[in-house]
Design a protein. Structure first.
Length: 276
């Protein structure tokens, strides 16, 4: 059964257990933030010269999945850390094992999204190798992807999913599962709600440049912005406006977008010359 930190402290004979639980939660948050920092550091080091702009080639499955997992840790752990801390508070044990399994389930859910994206990209490549080439449909599909993402931001489904991410207490109470397998299941379910909330933003990352650290940071910032600022409505409308402007500019004037690598441009040619 679920138990609160205050009730555990009273039942255990004083404030010491409560302080111990608080230290555990702070340690978990620190660990997740440290892992996110390591992920960002690795990403910055490994992705230099790899940004091919919209619809960057994803490489092999094993390589892409490895990169995707690190990217998801870097991008998502800061915003999911409060939920993990709340889950830790609601468990009876002060052991970090269950919260870490919860986080692992969350990461598994996002890994499945990466594998799905890779499968779609592979299938699309077999159908037409250059369909998403910049001088064919790539520019228009990228702009349309961002526009669809902007529209999704203001839909009821987005609002429901974002509510679960911003206020996870109801989710945790309503889907509680005991044990280690339960921790994995709950983490995966919370990841599913987060996917419902953020899939359009992640699709936008593909449309802007999957291997761009700058656009990774922008998308991660928007995700954290939506989940953490006090006004949910302000968050979704501002995010929608940003995505819509980027979508229009991608079609009408892509060279005006800062940090965007436009395939076939001089900056792209220079980048290729710098790559090993």
């Amino acid at each position: 059964m679920i138990d609160s930190a205050h009730e555990r402290a009273l039942g255990s004979g004083g404030l010491a257990p409560a302080f111990g639980a608080a230290r555990t939660r702070l340690g978990l948050i620190a660990l997740l933030l440290a892992l996110a920092a390591v992920g960002w550091r690795w990403t910055v080091d490994e992705m230099q010269g790899m940004d091919g702009g919209p619809w960057t080639n994803l490489g092999t499955l094993a390589w892409f999945v490895g990169v995707w997992v690190v990217m998801m840790a870097a991008m998502m752990f800061p915003s999911v850390a409060p939920t993990v801390a709340l889950y830790s508070r609601m468990t009876k044990s002060r052991s970090p094992v269950a919260p870490l399994l919860f986080t692992s389930g969350y990461l598994v859910a996002w890994t499945s999204v990466g594998m799905f994206a890779f499968a779609v990209a592979t299938a699309g490549g077999r159908f037409s190798d250059d369909l998403l080439a910049w001088d064919r449909a790539g520019r228009w599909v990228a702009g349309a992807t961002l526009t669809v993402a902007a529209v999704y931001e203001v839909t009821p489904l987005k609002d429901v999913c974002l509510g679960k991410c911003r206020s996870p207490l109801g989710f945790l109470l309503g889907s509680w599962r005991s044990g280690r397998s339960g921790a994995l299941q709950m983490g995966a379910r919370h990841g599913a709600w987060c996917i419902g909330c953020c899939w359009a933003l992640m699709a936008s990352l593909f449309a802007l440049g999957m291997m761009s650290v700058v656009w990774m940071a922008v998308v991660a910032g928007l995700i954290a912005f939506e989940k953490l600022i006090p006004s949910r409505r302000t968050a979704i409308y501002m995010t929608a406006a940003i995505l819509l402007v980027l979508g229009v500019l991608l079609i009408a004037a892509p060279h005006t977008i800062p940090a965007l690598t436009v395939p076939g441009s001089d900056s792209m040619s220079q980048m290729n010359q710098m790559s090993p």
